[in-house]
Design a protein around this ligand. Sequence first.
Ligand SMILES: NC(=O)C1=CN([C@@H]2O[C@H](COP(=O)(O)OP(=O)(O)OC[C@H]3O[C@@H](n4cnc5c(N)ncnc54)[C@H](OP(=O)(O)O)[C@@H]3O)[C@@H](O)[C@H]2O)C=CC1
Ligand SMILES: O=C([O-])CC(=O)C(=O)O
Length: 274
Amino acid sequence: MTEQRASSELRVAIAGLGSIGTKIATALDQGIEGLALSAVAVRDPAKHQTFIGGLRHPPKILPIDQLGEVADIVVECAPSSQLRAIVEPAVKRGKAAVVVSVGGLLDNFDLIDLARANGGRIIVPTGALIGLDAVNAAAIGTIHSVKMVTRKPIDGLKGASFIVQNKIDIDNLREPLKLFEGSAREAAKGFPANVNVAVALSLAGIGPDRTEIQVWADPTVTRNVHRIEVEADSARFSMGIENIPSENPKTGLITALSVIALLKKQRATLCVGT
Ligand SMILES: NC(=O)C1=CN([C@@H]2O[C@H](COP(=O)(O)OP(=O)(O)OC[C@H]3O[C@@H](n4cnc5c(N)ncnc54)[C@H](OP(=O)(O)O)[C@@H]3O)[C@@H](O)[C@H]2O)C=CC1
Ligand SMILES: O=C([O-])CC(=O)C(=O)O
């Protein structure tokens, strides 16, 4: 009986044990009904030995391209530079890949065709955002516009390539500064670790070229703040979220929780929300 139940479990592997990956690993290890943590991939196993060894059921440590061999779902939570190396082998094996570095998907859109051809799936969680259920629903009809304004504390933006390349000094700001205004696609290029949310929003709705975003460096806020306005033929809605940064100041605490909620849904009897 026990063996039967175990063999029907969905095996989950995690690539990247940073602020998001460790929380998902811990939740799986503590028990999510019908799911088991089968493997992790890390850059430096020695660095993560204490964390992995402290889990009740320590998973295998595998190279990133092998996770799909021992998992039904591979969760990508590494830098976006690693996205392809993680997702491609998984979807080629017909597995599902949950992608949090969703900005990186725009330069690797062929992965969706690859997944389709091999029976794999690419799943983008709501992540640090809100309301992708409503955007998905509105997109069944016609969405006229999606506008987003992101305000982040200085630590949430430091090092972004747009800031470095344009030599913008954000360290000594005393008032909010609009850094960028344009499409979600262009924003993802300049802020690859800061506006994944805009890309997720765009993929749920009218795409990365028509989704408009402003990015502000704001020394007056302590949270990653996102405000969104959607105008559609079915509804007009405004959404806002103020994310408490995790130990990685670029990443809101809610991001890992969003992935955990998504994983729970995979085997839940009662599913709420689209
Ligand atoms: N979709 C969304 O709403 C959101 C997405 N994100 C994105 O999620 C991703 C993860 O964020 P976060 O957890 O905060 O990032 P972290 O920097 O905290 O963690 C990333 C982890 O990836 C590991 N890593 C780096 N290279 C490799 C590799 N080659 N193989 C395996 N692991 C590797 C790092 O290893 P090491 O520990 O050795 O450095 C680190 O542990 C980022 O791309 C971020 O931009 C973030 C917030 C919201
Ligand atoms: O989108 C991102 O990469 C992160 C973000 O804005 C947040 O955590 O609020």
